[in-house]
Ligand binder design. Structure first.
Ligand code: DQA
Length: 147
């Protein structure tokens, strides 16, 4: 089963959007980086982006039976979405939370994450490389956490 790499709102504008914070990497670059990393680690990758909260919820439901693990950058929904937290708690798959920027260095409203409560761990502040680190974390999980 593949690892679902799920991306939330405004990440389609990566590369154009506040490059001083999010870097010059585009979403397509990020997809290529994840596919390349998956190939290196022997992980199938299903990489997706949506601007819609309900679509993320439905993808997480799907992950429950279809995915090996979820790498999630929920973007702004990280800080607002109880619906996403509830979906993740029901998902029963390992979840690794990722953010390009260091959310703890930024505005106070970005310091709290609903996603973290359902995640094994969180990687933030390393830009696109954070996705590589997250996939390496998934690949290194013990079999019990993977099944
Ligand atoms: C983000 C951080 C969030 O606070 C923000 O709303 C985003 C992107 C990141 O990857 O750094 O859209 O998740």
């Amino acid at each position: 089963r593949p690892v679902y790499v799920l991306n939330g709102p405004n990440l389609n504008l990566l590369g154009l959007r506040q490059p001083e914070i999010y870097g010059a990497t585009t979403l397509e670059d990020l997809r290529a980086l994840c596919l390349e990393t998956g190939a290196r680690l022997g992980l199938g990758i299903d990489f997706r982006q949506t601007n819609h909260e309900g679509v993320l919820v439905e993808w997480i439901h799907e992950a429950r039976t279809q995915a090996r693990a979820v790498v999630l950058n929920a973007a702004a929904y990280t800080h607002t979405s109880v619906a996403l937290l509830d979906a993740l708690l029901a998902c029963e798959r390992p979840v690794v939370e990722v953010h390009l920027s260091n959310i703890h260095r930024r505005e106070a409203f970005r310091h709290h994450s609903y996603v973290s409560q359902a995640a094994l761990g969180m990687i933030c502040g390393f830009g696109a490389h954070g996705y590589v680190l997250a996939l390496e974390a998934v690949a290194a999980l013990p079999p019990a956490a993977r099944s």
